[in-house]
Design a protein around this ligand. Structure first.
Ligand SMILES: Cc1cc2nc3c(=O)[nH]c(=O)nc-3n(C[C@H](O)[C@H](O)[C@H](O)COP(=O)(O)OP(=O)(O)OC[C@H]3O[C@@H](n4cnc5c(N)ncnc54)[C@H](O)[C@@H]3O)c2cc1C
Length: 440
């Protein structure tokens, strides 16, 4: 490790090569990479432990990355972020990340929906490995040490970082030639991420895209939706529709009906649109989640199946006539939304279905509209959408343009991906670039 310029240990006069703010996924990774390159690294963490969010992730199993290749994975972040993330995902592709964890004693396994988990199914193993590696590389970790401000030094002088350790009667100042600012977003504030860094970035004259909850369940005012609480639909194409009717984004992922509205990856992956509209950054009016309950069948397929059933001597009911299996209560709701009678669920009931009724029924199966008016908010959001505008950051190094020695990466950036290990992948890959790029 490079020799730190030591003045007084008590008042932290030493000038560190790198001071890392936040011992989350990104901070632990970048600190270790920089320390392995011989730099002196100190990591300040607000909470009493490293990797608080890692421990809570994936239902405490930690979906740590994806089975997708780097290009496919980056594409899921949307056009602007895809371009930004390309160098990071090339530097640390999902497969290389898995190999790293294998070498660190955390073998991984594949799961449905392109997910990767530790074979032990324990998020703690992931967190422990990252912390162990960082400490072994020589990173000094100060827990219960919230940073309260940071200031660039005058020409050639180090950055000044103000922290106020828990229980201390006064703050303390740290000095570093480089700052890794990776304090996360504002989701689940009780886990330590209260969006502290946004104000520091704004004070430096940088643009922060309004942080809003993402990967969060949706609220619907519709009583028929609440009545379906507990019903999960595994194979459904969910589409977010703007008030103007514009189709914004779609995901083929499970959807869960809840007493608030809709949850499950299909709904949560698209939730940021509603959150943005709630802060006045979308269209005025009501957004809808349109559910295609038969994504593998065309309208024509469904119509033909119904016509065939209506002509059949076996007189099947609607459930028996359809080429998809749907929970009975959901089917009843679809029938009601189509304005038809629940008699369709009884034997022979299909005989009374008119041509226009058939049309409406097929429409409801392929395009079941659920009004969504809000999200459950930051307390329930897996990530934050918004953050430091990407145009300020060099995508090859994560250094902030015009602010030498300041590196921003992880969830604090204005990017987020869908559920499926993609957000950890982004945190680790952007951290890798910062750790490799930083100079003493
Ligand atoms: C319930 C839940 C489940 C999730 N599951 C998954 C999953 O399975 N797969 C996946 O890919 N993603 C998942 N995520 C998202 C994932 O946790 C984040 O994308 C990831 O943690 C971002 O890493 P980060 O290092 O940028 O931020 P964080 O991990 O949030 O780390 C930031 C750190 O900075 C610290 N900090 C904040 N302010 C200060 C300050 N002022 N001073 C000092 N320290 C500070 C925080 O305490 C925190 O430790 C989940 C999120 C949640 C909430």
């Amino acid at each position: 490790m490079a020799e730190a310029t030591r003045a007084s240990a008590e008042d932290h006069r030493e000038v560190w090569d790198v001071l890392v703010i936040g011992a989350g996924a990104a901070g632990l990774w970048a600190a270790r990479v920089a320390a392995e390159r011989g730099l002196s690294v100190v990591l300040l963490e607000k909470t009493p432990r490293c990797g608080t969010k890692i421990l809570a992730s994936g239902g405490s199993r930690c979906n740590l990355t994806t089975t997708l290749g780097p290009a496919e994975a980056a594409r899921l972040f949307g056009t602007k972020a895809e371009r930004f993330l390309r160098p990071a995902f090339q530097a640390l592709p999902p497969a290389a990340l898995r190999e790293h964890f294998h070498r660190a004693g955390v073998p991984t396994v594949e799961a449905p929906l392109e997910k990767i988990f530790p074979a032990s199914q324990s998020a703690k193993d992931v967190r422990d490995a990252l912390e162990r590696e960082a400490r072994t590389a020589g990173v000094r970790i100060a827990l219960r040490t919230p940073v309260v401000d940071l200031q660039p030094g005058d020409e050639g002088e180090p950055w000044r970082i103000e922290a106020w350790p828990a229980g201390a009667s006064a703050g303390e100042t740290w000095h570093a030639r480089n700052v890794f600012l990776c304090a996360g977003g504002a989701s689940v504030p009780k886990s330590g991420t209260t969006g502290d860094a946004y104000t520091w970035l704004q004070a430096l004259g940088l643009t922060v895209t309004t942080p809003v909850p993402a990967l969060v369940p949706l609220r619907s005012p519709e009583a028929w939706v609440h009545e379906l609480t507990g019903i999960a639909v595994e194979h459904v194409l969910a589409k977010m529709i703007a008030p103007s009717g514009k189709r914004l984004q779609e995901r083929l992922r499970p959807v869960l009906f809840t007493h608030h509205g809709l949850s499950g990856p299909g709904a949560m992956d698209l939730s940021h649109w509603v959150a943005r509209a709630r802060v006045g950054e979308g269209e005025e009016g009501t957004y809808c989640l349109a559910l295609d309950l038969a994504p593998d069948q065309s309208q024509e397929d469904l119509r033909s199946a119904l016509i065939a059933a209506q002509g059949s001597s076996e007189r099947p009911n609607l459930a028996g006539a359809l080429p998809v299996v749907l929970p009975k209560r959901l089917l009843a709701a679809v029938i009601a939304q189509a304005g038809e009678s629940s008699a369709l669920l009884t034997r022979g009931g299909l005989q009374h279905l008119s041509k226009s009724g058939r049309h409406r029924l097929v429409e409801a199966l392929k395009d079941l509209r659920v009004a969504v008016v809000d999200t459950l908010g930051m307390d329930h959001a897996e990530v934050t959408a918004g953050g430091l505008a990407l145009r300020h950051v060099n995508p090859r190094t994560m250094e902030v343009n015009g602010h030498p020695g300041l590196y921003v990466f992880g969830e604090l950036l204005d990017l987020h991906g869908p559920i499926g290990g993609l957000n950890f992948q982004a945190a680790w890959a952007t951290a890798e670039l910062a750790g490799q790029a930083v100079e003493a």
